[in-house]
Design a protein around this ligand. Sequence first.
Ligand code: ARG
Ligand code: GLU
Length: 727
Amino acid sequence: MLLAMAAVTISALADEGMWIPMLLGRNEADMQKAGMRITAKDIYDINNACLKDAVLLFNQGCTGEYVSGEGLFLTNHHCGYSYITMHSTVEHDYLTRGFWAMSREEELPCPGLTATRLVRMEDVTAQVLAGVTAETSEAERSSIVERNIKAIARRAEEGTHYKAVIKPFYYGNQYFMYINEVFTDVRLVGAPPSNIGKFGGDTDNWMWPRHTGDFSMFRVYAGADNKPANYSAENRPYKPLKHLEISLDGVQEGDFTFVFGYPGTTQRYVTSDAVELAANVENPIRIDLRTIRLKHYKDAMEKSPAQRLKYASKVASVANAWKKWQGETQGLNRMNAVEKKRGYEERYQKWAADKPQYYNVLPQLHEAYGTLRPIEVELIYYSEGVRASDFMQRAQKYSQLADESDALKIIGAVNRLKEDNKKYFADFEQHSAVDRAIFIETFLYLWEAGHAPYLGEKAPTKAAVEQKLGKIYDGSLLNNSKKLASFLDGYTEKSAKKLKKDPALGLFEMAYAQAYDPQKIAKYKSTYQDIQRLMRIYVKGMMEMQPDVNFFPDANLTLRVAYGHIQGFNSFDGARYEAFSDLKGIMDKENPNIYDYVVEDKLKELYALKDYGRYGIVEEINDSTVTETPDGMIIRRTHKVNNHMPVCFIATNHTTGGNSGSPVLNADGRLIGINFDRCWEGTMSDLLFDPDYCRNICLDIRYCLFIIDKYAEAGHLIDEMTLVSSK
Ligand code: ARG
Ligand code: GLU
C-alpha cells in the first residue's frame, strides 16, 4: 500500500501539470472540485467558439490573449520588447516613455511579428507511426516518422490557409497535429514606460514580492474576409471568434485559477542522472562563467549612463537564465530530487524485473548519461566560457573567414566584418577593458578547471597563464583597429595564412577543437538519439506501471492548461510571503538613484490622490472610533476609504518560459491577470514541481487597466473591452 501511494505521489503532485486542451475532459472533475465553474468544453471545443480562440502564440516564444472583438490583445512588456524598441528613436523613445496609439491610424506595424491561433488539434499517432513495427530499427523509424509527418501535414493544409504542425508527445509515444491560423499583420497599440513595464528590472526578476507592470498591447489585422493577410493599409481589425471577459471582482487567497498558454520546455520524466547532471554539474559551471561576465558588465554600467545603456540588454539576457539556474539547483537539491528519482527508479526496476521490454531501459539510460556527460560538459565550457568575450566571438568569425575559399563568400564576409568593426571600435577604449577582463578570467577559469590544457601543460603558474592571455589579447590584429582595417581592405585568399597565425585564432581554434572533436560529437549525437529512444520506452513503462495516473506530457510549445490556486508561500529562509502586492509596495521600493526603482511622477500623483477609478480595492471601513473632545462632545466616525491598488499576485499554476503573456483566468473563465514569471524558489518546476514553493507570478489585470485608463488616459482602449463586475 505504502509503495503504491509513494509511486503515485511522484507523478501526481497537487497543482502539477500542463494539460492538453483537447483531453481536458479527463481533468474536468478535478478542476471543478478545485473550484472551476465552467466546463472543459468552454475551454476547448472544435464546434463552438471557446476560450482557446481567445489565446494566441506570440511569435515563437510568448502567449497573448484577445480582449476585444476588434483584435486587440495583451501580452507581456518583455515579450513586446523588441517591437517597442524597433519603433523607438531618440525623439520618440517609446521604450522609456511608453507608447499609446490614440487612434487606429497611430497603431504601428511590426514586420516579422506573428500571432497564431489554434484552429483545432488531432491525435495523429496511428498515421505518424504507420509502417513502424517492433522490428523497425531506430534510424528507419525516424525516417518513416519524418516522411509520414510531412505527408499528413501536407494533406491537412491542402485547400486551406492553415498551417499544420505535428509534434511528438511523451518522447514519441504519441503525436498530435495542430492546425493553426497564422496572422502576420500585427500592430503595436500600447506599452507602458519602462519604469512601469520593467519596474524592478533584473534586481526583482524571478523574485517575489514583485511590482512589474509587465504588459503591452497589440492588434491583429486581417483581410476583408477576416483571414490572415500580410500588412496592408486596407486590412481591418481581426474579429476573433472569442475574446476574454475581464473580471473586475478581484482575487482572493485560495481562488481557483488557470493559465492557458504556450509553455516551451520541461523535462519532467528524465532520470536521476539527468537531474544530477543539470543541478550539480551543468548549472554550476554556467552560473560561474556568467557570474564573471555579469560582474564586469555591471561594474561598467555603474560608470556612466552611456555604459549603462550599452550593457543593459546584454545583462538582461545573460542574467535571466543565470538567476534561474541558481534557483533551479537550490530547489532541486532542497527537494532531494536526485534521491527521489533514484527511489522511483528502484521501484521501476522491481516492477520491470519480469518485463524484458523494460528491464534494460534504466541501466542503458545510466550508461548513456555516462557517455554524454563529459562531452556535454565540454560543450558548456565552450559555449559559456570560450565564447564569453566578444574577442573570442570575433576570433570565430575571422577563423571562418580564413577557412573560406569561395571568392564571393570572402567578399561578403569581409564586408560584414568591416561593418561589425565600425561598431566595435567606436568605443573600443572603454569596452576593451571590460572584454579583456572577461576574456582573461573566463579562460583562467577553464584552465584551473582542467579544461584548457592548450594553455600550458607543463604546470605553469596562474600568473604565467594570465600573462599569456593578456599577450594574446593585446597582440592580436583583431584588437588593432588601424592595422585590421588595412588588412581587411587588402584581403585576398592569400591573407588567410597570415590571419591563421594571429594568436586569437590560434587560441580559438584549439579551444574549438577541444569541444568539437568530430569523434566526440558523433558520439554525442548518437548517444543523444539513444537517450530519446530509451526515454520513449521508459515513459511508456511508467504509464503501464501506474495506469491510474494521468501523466501530463512535457511542455513543447503547444497550447496547455495549468490550474491551481492563488496562494502565498514560505520562502527558503522561512519568510512568509503574501499572495498579493500593491502600489504602496512600488512607493516603498522607490529610489530615484536606483535605475530599476525609479517611479514615474504621474504614478506618484495618482497614488497620492488614490485615484484608482473602478480598479482599486475599495475597503469600506466602519471605523467605530469614538473620540471625546475636551469639551465633552462625543464624535463617532465611519468612513469609506479607497486605498489599495493591486499590482501582482502569485498562484500555484505550473508554468514555464513561453507562458509569458498567458491569460490567468478565474473559476468563470474570466481574465484576472497576465502571467509573466515564476518565483525563484520554484524554478526547479521544469524538472520537478514542489507545491510548497512553485508559484507563477501574474500581473493583476486591474493594475493593467488602471495604467491604460488612468495613467495613459487611453480610455478608448478600455471601451473596446468587456469588463465584468458582479458587485
Ligand atoms: N524571468 C522572466 C522570463 O523568464 C522575465 C525576463 C525578462 N525580464 C528581465 N528582467 N530580464 O522571461
Ligand atoms: N518570463 C518567462 C517567459 O518569458 C516566464 C517565466 C517562466 O519561466 O515561468 O516565458
